[in-house]
Write a protein that binds this ligand. Structure first.
Ligand code: TTP
Ligand code: MG
Length: 359
C-alpha cells in the first residue's frame, strides 16, 4: 500500500517577502507581476492571508487590488515578484523535504510529493511530516500545508483542505468520505471547462460523477481523458513519483539533544544506513557515493561525501563511510555539536549491471 505526502507552501511568494521584511508582520502583502503598462498594469501573483481576508487573490488585476486596499484601514505592501529569491528558498525547502523522505518530486516552485510507503503506517507518516513542517518553519520561517493519502491525487487535494499550516490525513478507508459531496471542479485536474460539461451530463458532485458510466465519459472526452476522469471520481491516482534525473536517497534524524559524541551519533548512523539500504534494495539500485549529512546546533547543514571504487549495496560500507566522514568533520570542527544527522546515497547503478562489480 502506497503512502504519499504532498506539501504546499502557504502564500509562498508573500511568505518569502515576509521573511526578509520582518517589519511587514502585520501588513497585508500583495505580490505583483507588473506588466509595465501604466503604474498599476498587471496581475496579482499571490496575496498573503491578511490580504485574502480582504478579498485580494492571485490573478486579480493589480488595479482592483489597489482599490480594495485603499478602502480599508488595513495597511498593505504591493511588492514586485522576485522569482530568483523565491527559487533559492524553494530549493532549500525541497532539500529539507528530501532529507526526510528521500526522493522528492518537485511539482512546482512551492509544492513537492514524497513517497512514505516504507514507513508502513499512517501514524508514522504523520509524525515524519510534522517534523518536516517544523523544520521548514524553523529553518526558513515559512509554513507549509501537507496532505497524506494513498496516492498523489488524494495527497494533493488533502494538502489544500486545511490551509495555512495544515496537515490532513486521508487513509484509504476514508477516501470516499473525503470526496463525498465535493463539487466536480474541486477534483484536482478537472478544469472549469470539463466541469461545465460534466454538469451538463448531470454530475454536480463527485458522487454523481461516479454514477456516470465510464463508457459515456470515454465517448465524451476520449479514451485516456475519459478513463482518467472516472478514476479521479473514485479517488484513484498515481502512486509513483515522477522520476527526476538527479537521484539520491537520504534519511535524517534529530538527535535527542545536540551532541558531538560518536557513541550517540554512531548507532543513529547505523540505523539510518539500514533504512537507506532497504530502500535501495527495493528499487534494485546500487550506490557509488556515500554521504553523511549533518545539521549543526546553529542549524547549518553540512554534507561530506565519498565516491566508492565500485557500485555496491553494502550497508556496512555505507555505515563505515558515513561514520568516518562524521568523525573527520567533528575533529576538524572542535566546537560544533550536531542537532541532526543523516545518511545519503547517490550515483545509482542498476543491480542487474553486475559486470564491473569488483568482487
Ligand atoms: P500556490 O501554491 O497556488 O499559491 P500560494 O502558495 O501563494 O498560496 P497557498 O497558501 O494557497 O498555497 O502558488 C505558489 C506560488 O506561485 C505563489 O506564491 C505565487 C505563484 N503564482 C503566480 O505567480 N500566479 C498564480 O496565478 C498562482 C496561482 C501562483
Ligand atoms: Mg502554495
Amino acid at each position: 500500500m502506497a503512502i504519499i505526502v504532498h506539501l504546499d507552501l502557504d502564500s509562498f511568494f508573500a511568505s518569502c517577502e515576509r521573511v526578509r521584511n520582518p517589519e511587514l508582520e502585520e501588513t497585508g502583502i500583495v505580490i505583483c507581476m507588473f506588466s509595465g503598462r501604466g503604474e498599476n498594469g498587471g496581475a496579482v501573483s499571490t496575496a498573503d492571508y491578511i490580504a485574502r481576508d480582504h478579498g485580494i487573490h492571485a490573478a486579480m488585476p493589480i488595479v482592483q487590488a489597489r482599490e480594495i486596499a485603499e478602502n480599508t484601514a488595513q495597511e498593505f505592501a504591493f511588492l514586485q515578484a522576485d522569482k530568483d529569491y523565491y527559487k533559492q528558498i524553494s530549493e532549500r525547502i525541497m532539500e529539507i523535504l528530501e532529507e526526510h523522505v528521500g526522493e522528492v518530486e518537485a511539482a512546482s516552485i512551492d509544492e513537492g510529493y514524497g513517497d512514505l510507503s516504507d514507513l508502513e503506517s499512517y501514524e508514522a507518516a504523520v509524525e515524519l511530516v510534522s517534523q518536516v513542517k517544523a523544520d521548514i518553519e524553523e529553518q526558513e520561517g515559512i509554513t507549509a500545508s501537507a496532505g497524506i493519502g494513498p496516492n498523489k491525487l488524494i495527497a494533493k487535494m488533502a494538502s489544500d483542505r486545511d490551509k495555512p499550516d495544515g496537515l490532513t490525513v486521508v487513509k484509504p478507508e476514508d477516501v470516499d468520505d473525503f470526496l463525498q459531496g465535493l463539487p466536480v471542479e474541486e477534483l484536482h485536474g478537472i478544469g472549469p471547462k470539463t466541469a461545465t460539461t460534466l454538469r451538463e451530463m448531470g454530475a454536480e458532485t463527485v458522487d454523481e460523477l461516479r454514477e456516470i458510466p465510464r463508457q459515456r465519459l470515454v465517448r465524451e472526452f476520449g479514451e485516456s481523458r475519459g478513463v482518467s476522469i472516472a478514476e479521479k471520481a473514485r479517488g484513484e491516482g498515481a502512486e509513483e513519483l515522477e522520476e527526476r534525473t538527479k537521484k539520491q536517497f537520504s534519511r535524517l534524524r534529530t538527535l535527542e539533544q545536540d551532541t558531538r559524541s560518536m557513541s550517540v551519533i554512531r548507532p543513529t548512523i547505523r540505523e539510518l544506513a539500514d533504512r537507506v539500504v532497504e530502500r535501495l534494495e527495493r528499487r534494485e539500485k546500487r550506490y557509488t557515493t556515500a554521504s553523511v549529512v549533518m545539521v549543526t546546533g546553529e542549524l547549518e547543514t553540512r554534507t561530506r561525501s565519498k565516491t566508492l571504487k565500485a557500485p555496491t549495496t553494502s550497508v556496512e560500507t555505507l555505515f563505515r563511510t558515513a561514520e568516518e566522514l562524521a568523525e573527520e568533520f567533528l575533529s576538524s570542527h572542535p566546537d560544533t555539536e550536531l542537532r541532526r544527522v543523516g545518511v545519503r546515497v547517490g550515483g545509482f547503478r542498476d543491480q542487474n549491471q553486475r559486470r564491473l562489480d569488483g568482487f
